[in-house]
Design a protein around this ligand. Sequence first.
Ligand SMILES: Cc1ncc(COP(=O)(O)O)c(C=O)c1O
Length: 426
Amino acid sequence: MHKEAMELNEIIKKESPLIYGLLSETGKKTYFSKTGIFAQSLQAKQTELNATIGIALEEDGSIMHLKSITKYILLEPQDIFPYVPMPGKPELRKLWQQSIYEKNPSLKSLISTPVVTNALTHGVSVTAQLFIDPEDIILLSDKSWSNYNVIFSTQEPIFKSYKTFSEGGLDIDALEDAFGQNIGKKILLLNYPNNPTGYSPTNKEVQRILEIIKKRADMGDRILAVCDDAYFGLTYEDNVYKESLFAPLSNIHENILAIKIDGATKENFAWGLRVGFLTFGYKGMTKSVCKALEEKIVGTVARNISNVSNLSQSLVLKSLNSPDYSQEKQEKQEILKLRYNAIKEVLKNPKFNEYFNALPFNSGYFMCLELNKNIDIEKVRKKLLLDYDTGVVTTSGCIRIAFSSVNLKNIPLLFENIYTACKNIV
Ligand SMILES: Cc1ncc(COP(=O)(O)O)c(C=O)c1O
């Protein structure tokens, strides 16, 4: 193992045996070199004659670039072309951290400064690399983003799937049962608003979820709570919990490390920019462990992709700093809410229950239909494609509808098409 990795491990082990025990074997070996090219370049940043970085400068010292690129972009070349620091642009990281506190008013404890990732998929992958070893137990609800399996399966963990819903709400007993009899390391994936169901827990459900997690931590489970907040902020009912579960989980118990994976992708409607963040918090966080773990996260990002696009980070930063930012975001959220309300209205027609029922939904981009038992969902999907010019996704045994991408006036037709396709198949 590299000396720098061992140094980080020593700090973590001494001050937080929990985090040391949660790290995977790869996580233990990970470090961000303090002596490599990047660190040497940083030391030489202010020098008059700087021959460290592998970028090209003009004779006058300005950044070399092609006008066939800049003619399309209003930003300064400095905000487009040079490499950014590996953890991300410092101002962007600070601002995103501040926004996490603002969006989660109950969050008062120390959290790490978010590290910029190549959007959320990469954040999930970094988490997997740092924390998951073969045979580790991952608790995952049976309706979840199918890519979790793809990303985590290379680490060969044991997936413990539990039932998502019962009686119109979350099956929290199923979550409790999934923890099982054995005490040990558990990775809990929490994705709300959820993909594919579009469900977020109510305030009441959150209280129970937290009680269970805390109880298990009291019993000795060492828990990594991964909050995938891709669709954060898009909630459409008053009784829905409006904060991230990261807020309470990052300061609820010494046996819990909470990780927040979020970003501009879905939340700020900037999918292709690929800007995400990885932030963590745990009860009793110390500055030295925070720094050591942050270095392991940065080391993983650097190992995977070096760093995230300067241009993309600059655009997200400009947007966050814009006086119109909140208003713009609100307007887009309103559009999605109108579609949500339209679906609720359409589904009041009892005829649809002949073939399908909606699973609980109250937030996010999606909702799911569960077809009656005798109907083959894959046949319905294909019929919709071929005969009704209509595309839906089948996942987790349901038809997933991304109402985020269907305009308001087409919502009744979408459900009519699904209804008729089912009718023609039965
Ligand atoms: C729950 C969830 N997490 C993460 C992602 C990945 O998002 P990104 O495009 O930022 O990688 C998605 C995308 O569909 C998602 O639904």
